[in-house]
Design a protein around this ligand. Structure first.
Ligand code: GCV
Length: 712
């Protein structure tokens, strides 16, 4: 590709009119102008009023201006159109063929049953004659319907397309930003952030680039996210002030995101009544504390009427909480829920509570047990506007963990599952690690046994009254939003799975590829699609292969959590041990001889996990301490499995890099270069993982590799 061609390709892929912030050009992620080509070439009628309808109008107008289509926004127009986007209660349309499409949508709704309602966010898409109709009960439904049309491209206008109704399975689809307002001396501007600074905050102040925040809202709405918290769950002094004197900064973000249907939530400090209110206590049962929260919350709603609610990390890793006052977490959560209830707000109360001052010599304490031990006994005591937010695994976002038993232990509580889009333990956006398959596995897990209700069912709840899905965000002020351009797919996938947790992650990835690398902007669309699937589809399992084996977890460098550090946490206070010795490795969490964690599951899995004979291979070392010669279900021994997977993992990463090289000249050169550079690092780091893990276990066990490969 010559320089001129490369400039042309770049122009195609980047937002042409830069946002009005500092950054002259920001990668458009999965919404490049080209993704709107099919829509933008059509005649579109928009019917309805409201803030989000205006957003739809802007989107359609922008697309039509670029690709030669036309848009009308008025019921009085008697025009022939290809697409009508209409609110159902917005009155009849004068044009007979448009009205026919609308009637087809109404008929489809009746046929699809369920009382013909679409709710706040649903929509129906139907065809009649040459017209496609998208109908919704509320403006947000039209916005989601619009992005559905964008995803479908030409297929949205296929005369044979049958009617379809879409409603989100989960009411709240939320991202948590671990962004600090003031730069933290150790964690920086964004805790566990791998994409530069925060898009909201910089050096103790708002970043002031609301254009970028708006663009972020647009990206999130297009994949279905409808809530975000804007500051770290570790709330320090400056961040605590967002609740009171710096509330205006939060209101500005809320204003920027509102047109995309995204509500803003705030992480608050449980000690706020003391820190900010000057009270002598933050005891949840103290009357003055209750009054302080009620008054403070009222002021929040005066300023931000659609404020979402509070997010709280309490009694965990140094954050204050109800334990200080001899109260439990239901007392703590209910205090805030009571203040939020009159305004329709919700408190997300995290179940990530454990003792982070453990002694590695003492095997009676098991960090994996902690969330269940603290929370399961409280089931039924939380107010209805409390969502208990549970990390998907019992320890901490590892590449492989069993699903948290808390998610099966609190039937009378609204539960949300918390995922980690930011790749703290999964390659820190330097490694390709597409997490969709992992999240799907978690969501599809049936804690009461195969064929029973799944985690997706739990978080959906009856009539979508469950707690929803939450994830820690992975974006920053980086040109590509996520550092690694392919990590954008994790953010997109989270949104789409939160909309419908039963979707196939490979199909979601395919959507992302089509949007991000539109066929019309690529020299060889099939090659690009195929290559991206080959690189990304199985990349989480590849990452698992070259890092910590068989579910043992945490063999990372302490502090930054990047790269191999087999004994990095072995003698620390954090409770994350592997207990490798000359005879074997793994943590005995059985009831019979171990910590008893296996017994926290309902009977089916409690029994499966209890014995090394029945425990699935991939979790063996999470649940059992076994000899290196233990034979897995795969037929391999533990030690040979360690060697084989680590050699295979590096080979796979090397192959990924080779495959990526076949895309030279096919895609935007800046994306190509950024990914190429990161793949070099992934190969380097995976090699380091392989050699350190293999050498460590060879030295411990003395067992040679059956295939005589290099171990140092
Ligand atoms: C925000 C892990 C991370 C911490 C994080 C914590 C949490 O321990 O390493 O940085 O703190 O999880 O989820 O609260």
């Amino acid at each position: 590709m010559n320089a001129e061609e490369s400039v042309e390709l770049e122009q195609l892929m980047f937002v042409e009119e830069p946002m009005d912030g500092d950054d002259p050009r920001v990668h458009p992620a999965w919404l490049p102008p080209e993704a709107f080509r099919s829509l933008g070439a059509r005649r579109v009628l928009l019917h309805g009023e409201g803030l989000l309808v205006d957003t739809v109008l802007n989107e359609v107008s922008r697309a039509c201006a670029r690709y030669g289509g036309r848009v009308w926004h008025s019921p009085s127009w008697d025009v022939d159109v290809d697409l009508v986007l209409a609110l159902r209660d917005a009155g009849e349309l004068p044009n007979p063929s448009v009205e026919a499409a609308r009637a087809a949508g109404e008929a489809a709704l009746v046929e699809l049953g369920d009382g013909g309602t679409l709710g706040d966010e649903g929509f129906v898409l139907a065809r009649a004659g040459d017209v496609t109709a998208v109908l919704a009960d509320a403006p947000a439904g039209l916005l989601y319907g619009l992005f559905h049309v964008v995803r479908l491209c030409a297929a949205a206008f296929d005369p044979a397309r049958p009617p379809e109704r879409h409603r989100p399975a989960l009411r709240r689809r939320m991202l948590n930003h671990w962004d600090n307002v003031a730069v933290h001396p150790v964690m920086g501007q964004v805790e566990r952030g791998y994409a530069g600074g925060s898009i909201f905050w910089q050096d103790g102040r708002p970043r002031g680039d609301l254009a970028r925040v708006r663009e972020y809202g647009r990206l999130l709405a297009s994949c279905g996210v409808n809530a975000i918290s804007v500051n770290n769950v570790n709330v320090a002094r400056t961040e605590a002030l967002l609740l009171t004197e710096r509330l205006g900064d939060v209101a500005e973000i809320a204003d920027a995101l509102r047109p995309y249907g995204i509500r803003v939530h705030l992480s608050v400090s449980f000690a706020a009544p003391v820190l900010l209110g000057g009270l002598p206590t933050a005891d949840p049962l103290d009357e003055a504390v209750r009054a302080w929260w009620a008054a403070t919350t009222r002021r929040v709603y005066d300023r931000i009427p659609d404020f979402g609610g509070y997010l709280v990390k309490a009694d965990s890793e140094g954050q204050p909480g109800p334990f200080t006052y001899g109260r439990d977490h239901a007392d703590g959560a209910n205090l805030l829920a009571e203040a939020l209830a009159p305004h329709g707000g919700v408190v997300h109360w995290r179940a990530f509570v454990y003792n982070h001052h453990q002694d590695w010599r003492d095997r009676s304490t098991d960090r994996a047990r902690a969330a269940y031990d603290h929370f399961a006994p409280l089931d039924g005591r939380f107010r209805t506007n409390v969502v208990v937010q549970v990390k998907f695994g019992p320890v901490d976002f590892q590449t492989r963990e069993p699903v948290s038993p808390v998610l099966a232990a609190m039937p009378a509580t609204r539960l949300a599952v918390e995922l980690q889009v930011t790749q703290e333990y999964t390659g820190q956006q330097r490694h390709v690690c597409h997490l969709g398959p992992w999240w799907s596995e978690v969501l599809g897990f049936a804690p009461w046994g195969p064929g029973g209700r799944t985690i997706a069912d739990v978080v959906t709840g009856e009539s979508a009254a469950g707690g929803g899905m939450v994830a820690v965000a992975n974006v920053g002020d980086d040109l590509f939003w996520t550092g690694h351009p392919l990590a954008q797919a994790n953010l997109y996938t989270f949104g789409r799975l939160a909309w419908d947790p039963r979707q196939d992650p490979t199909a979601i990835l395919d959507e992302w590829i089509t949007l991000t690398f539109p066929p019309s902007a690529t020299a060889d669309a099939d090659l690009v699609r195929r290559t991206l699937h080959e690189i990304m589809d199985d990349s989480w399992r590849t990452y698992e292969r070259y890092t910590a084996p068989l579910g043992v977890g945490f063999m990372v460098n302490p502090g930054d959590h990047y790269g191999p550090g087999v004994d990095g946490y072995e003698y620390t206070r954090w409770g994350t041990y592997h207990f490798a010795d000359r005879d074997g490795v793994g943590v005995d969490r059985s009831r019979a001889s171990g910590t008893g964690f296996a017994g926290q599951y309902p009977p089916y899995w409690a029994q499966v996990y209890e014995s090394p004979e029945t425990c699935p291979d991939e979790l063996l070392l999470f649940f059992h301490h076994v000899p290196y010669g233990h034979v897995l279900h795969s037929g391999s021994t533990v030690i040979q499995h360690i060697y084989d997977t680590h050699f295979a993992g590096v080979e796979e990463v090397t192959a990924m890099r080779r495959k990526w090289q076949t895309l030279t000249g096919m895609i935007d050169p800046s994306v190509y270069e950024r990914v190429a550079e990161r793949l070099d690092e992934q190969v380097r780091c995976a090699t380091e993982w392989r050699d350190q893990i293999n050498t460590y276990f060879f030295r411990k066990s003395g067992v040679p590799d059956e295939r005589g490969r290099d171990i140092y």
